[in-house]
Write a protein that binds this ligand. Sequence first.
Ligand code: FPP
Ligand code: MG
Length: 304
Amino acid sequence: MKFLDTIEERLLKELNPKVKLVLKTGKYIVESGGKRLRPLFTVLTCGMCGQEPERAVPLGVGLEYIHVASLLHDDVVDGAERRRGKKSANLVFGNGVAVLTGDYMYAKALHLFSTYGNVEMIKLVSQAVMDMAEGQVLEISKVGDIISEEEYFQIIDGKTAVLFGACFGVGALAGSCKNWEKLYEVGLRIGRAFQLIDDALDYEGNPETLGKPVGNDLKEGKCTYPLISVLELLDKEEVKKALRGLSDYETLRQKVIELGGVEKTKERAKKELKMAKEILKGFPENEYKKDILGLIDFVINRNI
Ligand code: FPP
Ligand code: MG
């Protein structure tokens, strides 16, 4: 993909803390891979809107730093041991170093926005991070409980979708697009689809290709879309027991798969992407838009 090398280069170049351990921890997570969907969407949206896509590279890099910061924090919150096929940073460097490196990367992102962006973008991005933190807290507060579809979308909009929304919003603003709110919605819907697929993969993905174990959500007591979509076919008391660690979550995981929960989740993700594509019809046809559409297809077909 065009721009990927430029993004990778800039991701490492902008990471320049004075303290070696911050650099080591930051590099550890940045170099462990990642699909770079957020910076790619940012740069391509700017190009689609008619401005030089390169001008959005440092902004896309900032958004990837925010994503990485959120993963560093999330792995501490979840007590995770694996991320992107390697030991998680909290396991290697300790919780304190992982959290503080996350703080560094988040502040670095805002610094990049103050240099290469504008106040409107900073407003958009900082609102997204507030929503992310709220989404995460909401998720934690519901651990062990059955939640409604509405609550599920409130959680995933916060923890994942708003950052994709911000990528499209920032790309549109960098591309001088007056209609940037529409593109924010495109990102929001792509982000929802992304998290729905993530939740489907947690039920039946391959831990080797995913780089993290599967079945984690149920194990951690999280009620996600695959389960919600087949809930009416299940005994709710049994489900609660599994979510609270009082019965075997593996049996429930198999049942959800057998009842079609994973398929239903993928269908729901497809619906979001269809709506995203519908909105995109109102924007210029060019090579950048073609690449955006290609990445959307990747989101739905991914197994990583
Ligand atoms: C992974 O979810 C977590 C996120 C997508 C968002 C985490 C957000 C925060 C910690 C708040 C924002 C903080 C900063 C510093 C920007 P998951 O646990 O469902 O997925 P996983 O299996 O990949 O861990
Ligand atoms: Mg997690």
